[in-house]
Write a protein that binds this ligand. Structure first.
Ligand SMILES: NC(=O)C1=CN([C@@H]2O[C@H](COP(=O)(O)OP(=O)(O)OC[C@H]3O[C@@H](n4cnc5c(N)ncnc54)[C@H](O)[C@@H]3O)[C@@H](O)[C@H]2O)C=CC1
Ligand SMILES: C[N+](C)(C)CC(=O)CC(=O)[O-]
Length: 491
């Protein structure tokens, strides 16, 4: 049965949560008394549809249903997850919990997006404090995996584990915070940096643009992939962290930072920062900045996924979870019908695959077909272990026909036929579709090779047998239209 989430407050963060749940197959109900909330949720959803489905290499489940009930009661009844994302005012949050908890299911989770309040503060006037937990996300919620999970002594003992399961299921990374402190972990770090940045502007040391350059041209890039401590471990050279602390630890006591002082946010400082920010970024609208941010984040995250590193591992785990629902067999025994073409790819077009023509660029067609070939190799037994043991396939010839175009977020499937497989060869035919449109076909000839000698060698028995099963079963199908065609044949 489709799972349901209720989102209370459809602003920047609530809309991001709505997109995250919806695009992971949940039904979503958004409650927000502000008439403009519906439009905002749809705008965020449009952006999320371009970015999130293509983040991983496997399709997300079909989208759930979105609704905007007019009452809190209708929103939360039957929902298993209620995410509160109203403005950061404690009395407002406490009051709204009373209304929510009158109608929500007993075993449902009431999670707050609060950036700074502790669960104990949120639970103060609640009749059922055990249902309440902090689940603090990061903007844009539909792309960034981190959620800080914070429980109090009054939170039900099983709630953290259940919340972790749900957040994993929607492709997020729950970080369970060990203790309740104002602003949890990440915002404490961000506040420290932000405070220093405000001082640097106020003291005339750097402009907003220079500070952003200091971050994004250097340590910001490092932080995205290794964080603080791993980065500093490397900075200690072969002596590692101990050497690093010996060298730079004392600097913490030098006057490098303003530490806990906060500059007075007087009208002059606000004007100064706002005008510098306008000079720095005013040429682009907020929508344009968001779109650029999403393209950049998508690219970073996908590279980390290829490296199997940091946030990229969250993408990989989501891909593994989604593979079977996407109809792609993980092993040879999962192939339901060997007589039919095998589904070897089911994914969406990532944002960073578009070119100057606004559609999936030429090279990515080969990328998708390469992935389809890799899946077929895995299915017949040429998997990571097999390759590590010294044998693999090399592609020696490829012929792609580009028949139609496709853009970001669009679904892609590849169905693969084994035309021949024996001796040293594997001959594949791939068809790439989006919905019922045939986008491209590809014909690939591969040779089985010994990775030590780099020379072709006969297929091992298991590969030959499995290929034989597929070739024989599929030989009754009519030859694919375009098989063995050369460039110019159809002109
Ligand atoms: N903006 C950010 O960068 C982040 C914010 N948060 C947290 O998320 C929460 C929401 O923040 P934003 O989305 O930025 O605020 P926002 O101002 O963009 O959205 C708040 C929404 O709540 C709605 N609202 C107000 N009263 C309501 C009520 N009684 N019932 C239902 N909806 C109501 C408003 O109409 C508005 O659409 C806050 O607790 C904030 O600390 C967490 C992570 C990042
Ligand atoms: C500014 N903020 C405190 C609301 C930021 C957050 O809570 C997290 C984020 O997305 O940076």
């Amino acid at each position: 049965m489709t799972r349901t989430a209720a989102i209370i407050g459809g602003g920047v963060i609530g809309a991001g949560w709505a997109a995250r749940f919806l695009l992971n197959g949940w039904n979503v109900r958004v409650f927000d008394p502000e008439p403009s909330a519906r439009e905002r949720v749809h705008a965020v959803l449009d952006a999320a549809r371009l970015a999130l489905p293509g983040l991983g290499d496997v399709a997300l489940p079909p989208e759930g249903e979105l609704s905007f009930p007019g009452l809190i009661s209708e929103s939360v009844r039957g929902a298993e997850w209620v995410q509160e994302s109203v403005p950061e005012r404690i009395e407002l949050k406490q009051k709204i919990y009373q209304a929510i908890q009158l109608h929500m299911e007993e075993d449902a989770i009431l999670a707050s997006s609060t950036s700074g309040f502790t669960p104990t503060e949120l639970q103060v006037s609640s009749a059922s404090p055990g249902q309440i937990i902090v689940a603090h996300p990061f903007n844009p919620v539909y792309l960034l995996p981190l959620v800080e999970l914070v429980a109090s002594d009054r939170t039900a003992p099983d709630l953290v584990a259940r919340a972790q399961d749900t957040l994993n299921a929607i492709g997020m990374f729950p970080l369970t915070v060990r203790a309740e402190v104002p602003a949890h972990v990440a915002d404490r770090l961000l506040e420290a940096v932000w405070r220093e940045a405000l001082w640097l502007v106020k003291d005339g040391v750097a402009t907003t643009g220079e500070i952003d350059d200091a971050i994004r041209m250097g340590f910001g890039l490092r932080w995205a992939q290794m964080g603080l401590f791993e980065t500093y471990r490397i900075a200690g050279g072969d002596g590692g962290m101990e050497h690093f602390l010996g060298q730079f630890g004392p600097a913490l006591k030098w006057p490098w930072t303003k530490l806990t002082d906060v500059p007075e946010m007087d009208a002059e400082l606000v004007r100064n920062i706002a005008s510098q920010s306008d000079t720095q970024s005013g040429a682009l609208s907020i929508r344009e900045l968001e779109a650029q941010r999403d393209r950049n984040l998508t690219g970073f995250l996908r590279v980390l996924g290829q490296q199997g590193w940091g946030a990229g591992n969250v993408l990989r785990a989501a891909d593994d979870r989604n593979l079977s629902a996407a109809g792609v067999p993980a092993t040879f025994d999962d192939i339901a019908d060997p007589a039919a073409p095998t589904r070897t790819v089911h994914r969406a077009v990532p944002l960073d695959w578009l070119d100057y023509n606004g559609h999936m660029t030429e090279a990515r067609y080969l990328h998708v077909f390469g992935d389809a070939t890799d899946r077929m190799m895995t299915l017949i037994g040429c998997d990571r272990d097999y390759i590590a043991a010294g044998k693999s396939f090399f592609t020696v010839e490829t012929h792609i026909r580009h028949l139609d175009e496709v853009t970001a977020g669009a679904p892609l499937v590849v169905d693969t036929r084994v035309i021949a497989g024996g001796g040293k060869k594997m001959h594949l035919w791939h068809e790439l579709r989006s919905g019922d449109r045939l986008l491209a076909t590809a014909e690939h000839m591969l040779l089985h090779v010994d990775l030590k000698t780099r020379r072709s060698v006969a297929l091992t028995q298991v590969l030959a047998e499995r290929l034989g099963v597929l070739v024989k079963a599929q030989s009754r199908l009519p030859a694919p239209e375009g098989l063995s065609r050369a460039i110019g044949d159809a002109l």
